[in-house]
Design a protein around this ligand. Structure first.
Ligand code: 3PG
Length: 308
C-alpha cells in the first residue's frame, strides 16, 4: 500500500508551497491528499481515516482526530507552536508529533514590525506619529522568532532587551541584546514588549496586571505568539487605567468587542492569524514538514519530535 500523507490546512498554504510538497511526496512514492479550508470537523475526521502521515498548521489534532486516524504514524505541525496537538493523546495513540521550528520565524518577526510601525504612525491617520528608533523593546523569550525580531529591531535603531530562562546570557549578549534576569525587569524597563512565548499550562494567562502595570509610559504590548498567554480581564483593566497602553495582536483576543467599543485607536488585531502567512514561510515550513515525514518513514528520523 502506498504511504498516504494528508495535508490538512484550514488556512491554506500558498499554491507554490502545495506544489512543492506534492513534488517531494511524489518523489518518495507517497500519495498526497489535500484538505484545505474545511468547514467542519467531520470533514477532517473523514479525511484522516486512511492517512499514514499528516501535515497541519493551527488545525486541531485532539483525541477524536487521533481516534479516527487509524493508520496515522506521524503528524507534523508545519510551524512552531504545537499547542493545537493533544500530545498526550498522540503518545497514547503511538503517533509521533513534530513541529518545524524556525521555518516561519522571519514572517512572524516582520509582522511584529508591521504592526509596530502601523501603530506608531497612528494607523496612518494623517497626524504626527512616533518612531521606533531609540525606543526600548523587550523580547519576552528569545527563541527563533525573538532572535529574528532582535536583528530587525537593531536595524530600526531600537534598544533591545530580552528575557529567556532557557537561553544563555552569553548567546543573547552575543547578538548585542541586553539580557535581563527576570520577567519583572523586562516589563519594568521597556515601552515595547513583544511576546514570543509558547502557549502552555505555565504561560497561559501569564501576561497579567502585575507585569503590564509595571511598564513605563507609553506602553505597547505586541503579541504575535498566542492570544491565550494574555490574561484578558487584566488586559481590560490596564486599558481602562492607562490611557497610554496599546495592544497589537496577531488575532483578536476574546474581549476584542469590548476593546473596540471603548478604546478606539489603541489597538490593532489581525482578522486571522497572519504571522506565518507568507509564501516564503509556507514554502519553508511546508517543505520541512514533508521532508521530515519522508525522513521519518525512510530513516526513522524523529529529530523534531515534541511528544517524547
Ligand atoms: C506558528 O506557531 O508557527 C505560527 O503561529 C503559525 O501558525 P499558522 O501556521 O496557523 O499560520
Amino acid at each position: 500500500m502506498m504511504t498516504k500523507v494528508l495535508l490538512a490546512t484550514d488556512k491554506p498554504f500558498a499554491k507554490e508551497a502545495v506544489i512543492k510538497i506534492k513534488e517531494i511526496a511524489a518523489g518518495a512514492g507517497y500519495e498526497l491528499a489535500l484538505l484545505e479550508k474545511y468547514t467542519s470537523k467531520e470533514q477532517l475526521l473523514e479525511a484522516v481515516t486512511d492517512a499514514d502521515a499528516m501535515i497541519i498548521r493551527s488545525d486541531i489534532v485532539d483525541g477524536s482526530v487521533l481516534d479516527a486516524a487509524k493508520q496515522l504514524k506521524v503528524v507534523v505541525r508545519a510551524g512552531a507552536g504545537y499547542d493545537n496537538i493533544d500530545l498526550q493523546a498522540a503518545t497514547a495513540h503511538k503517533v509521533v508529533a513534530m513541529n518545524t521550528p524556525g521555518q516561519n520565524s522571519n514572517a512572524v518577526a516582520e509582522l511584529a514590525f508591521g504592526m509596530m510601525v502601523f501603530q506608531a504612525r497612528g494607523q496612518f491617520d494623517g497626524k504626527s506619529g512616533s518612531e521606533l528608533m531609540g525606543k526600548k523593546l523587550g523580547l519576552h523569550a528569545y527563541g527563533n522568532v525573538g532572535k529574528r525580531v532582535a536583528a530587525i529591531a537593531k536595524g530600526f535603531g531600537m534598544e533591545v532587551y530580552a528575557f529567556d530562562p532557557f537561553i544563555s546570557q552569553e548567546s543573547i549578549e552575543a547578538d548585542g541584546v541586553h539580557c535581563v534576569n527576570s520577567v519583572e525587569e523586562l516589563y519594568a524597563t521597556c515601552n515595547y514588549i513583544s511576546l514570543h512565548i509558547p502557549a502552555n499550562s505555565q504561560t497561559k494567562n501569564s501576561i497579567n496586571y502585575r507585569l503590564l502595570s509595571s511598564m513605563p509610559k507609553p506602553a505597547r504590548l505586541v503579541n504575535t505568539a498566542r492570544k491565550e498567554v494574555v490574561h484578558e480581564a487584566d488586559l481590560l483593566k490596564i486599558f481602562a487605567e492607562r490611557a497610554d497602553f496599546q495592544y497589537l495582536s496577531d488575532v483578536a483576543p476574546d474581549c476584542a468587542a469590548e476593546i473596540a467599543e471603548n478604546y478606539k485607536g489603541r489597538f490593532y488585531f489581525t482578522p486571522k492569524k497572519m504571522g506565518a502567512q507568507t509564501e516564503e514561510a509556507n514554502v519553508n515550513s511546508g517543505l520541512a514538514a514533508i521532508r521530515q515525514i519522508v525522513d521519518f518513514f525512510e530513516k526513522g528520523d524523529c529529530r523534531f519530535q515534541v511528544n517524547k
